[in-house]
Ligand binder design. Structure first.
Ligand SMILES: Nc1ncnc2c1ncn2[C@@H]1O[C@H](COP(=O)(O)OP(=O)(O)O)[C@@H](O)[C@H]1O
Ligand SMILES: [Mg+2]
Length: 255
């Protein structure tokens, strides 16, 4: 669906990214590149700044130092019009799915299209239908979010994140709190989007089975920097005790 504008330039390049909140140094020099069409999984302990990093990539937060470039263009240099255009290329699944409780499933999914200025009702209905089919929720389109299970809410969030046919989807813990079967459904959806539409994905997860299922590459954020970057196999083979503890779900602390 999407042809890279310049295959030699990485799709997303984060360089020397630093961000503090008051005294708290959260990101302390993050360097990371993401290629067109790849699925990069971001792991690391809670509170290390994974969500903060994602919010920089979509331009919701601005770096204290360093750069985020998309197709070689620095996000900070974009004017309002360029920013709107750029946002349309990205989809974002928030950590808690963040649905509007007063809107139906279909209205939630249609929301970004309307924001983007689409007014034709048939076009909206058609796009909503396609997005809901992809996440297998078409028959639930008239339900209210409160009547959905956790997994269904996440899938509505995914449908909403992809409705504008983004080139890149950022997923913040898409399977947190879900059972293994529903987790697998969502993992398969991420893989399907990559295969069918060549979507580039960045996925934050704590679920190691998801990591090994979906990742082309894995990055670990620790102490404010990318402390590991490699394939899932590299991760498995890593001699770093921190990484082995993380994979095994051990705290690494002595009793
Ligand atoms: N807008 C903000 N204002 C102040 N502190 C923030 C803000 N966003 C995140 N933080 C802090 O930055 C740290 C990293 O948060 P976060 O990126 O959510 O971690 P995680 O790796 O679990 O996703 C946390 O200590 C959090 O409290
Ligand atoms: Mg987070």
């Amino acid at each position: 669906m999407h042809v890279p504008s310049n295959p030699d330039v990485p799709f997303i390049r984060v360089s020397g990214l630093k961000k503090s909140f008051g005294e708290q140094k959260t990101l302390q020099g993050v360097d990371l590149t993401i290629s067109h069409g790849e699925t990069l999984v971001l792991i690391g302990p809670s509170g290390e700044g994974k969500s903060v990093l994602l919010k920089h990539i979509i331009g919701l937060l601005h770096p204290d130092e360093g750069h985020v470039e998309l197709d070689g263009v620095d996000l900070c240099s974009m004017n309002e019009r360029q920013m709107v255009k750029f946002r349309r290329r990205m989809g974002y699944l928030f950590q808690n799915a963040a649905l509007f409780d007063s809107l139906t499933v279909a209205q939630n999914v249609a929301f970004p299209l309307k924001e983007a200025g689409v007014t034709n009702k048939d076009e909206i209905d058609q796009q909503v239908h396609e997005a809901l089919e992809l996440v297998e929720l078409e028959e639930h389109k008239n339900k209210m979010p409160i009547n959905l299970s956790g997994g269904m809410r996440k899938r509505v969030g995914i449908a909403r994140a992809i409705i504008c046919r983004p080139e890149c989807v950022l997923y913040d813990e898409p399977t947190a709190g879900l059972d293994p079967i529903v987790t697998d459904v969502i993992d398969q959806m991420i893989i399907r989007l990559q295969k069918r539409f060549r979507v580039t994905s960045i996925v934050i997860t704590h679920d190691m089975s998801s990591v090994f299922k979906i990742a082309d590459r894995v990055a670990m954020l620790k102490n404010g920097v990318i402390s590991f970057l490699g394939t899932p196999e590299d991760l498995r083979q890593s001699p770093d005790p921190d990484i082995q503890n993380f994979i095994a779900g051990r705290s690494g602390m002595c009793a």
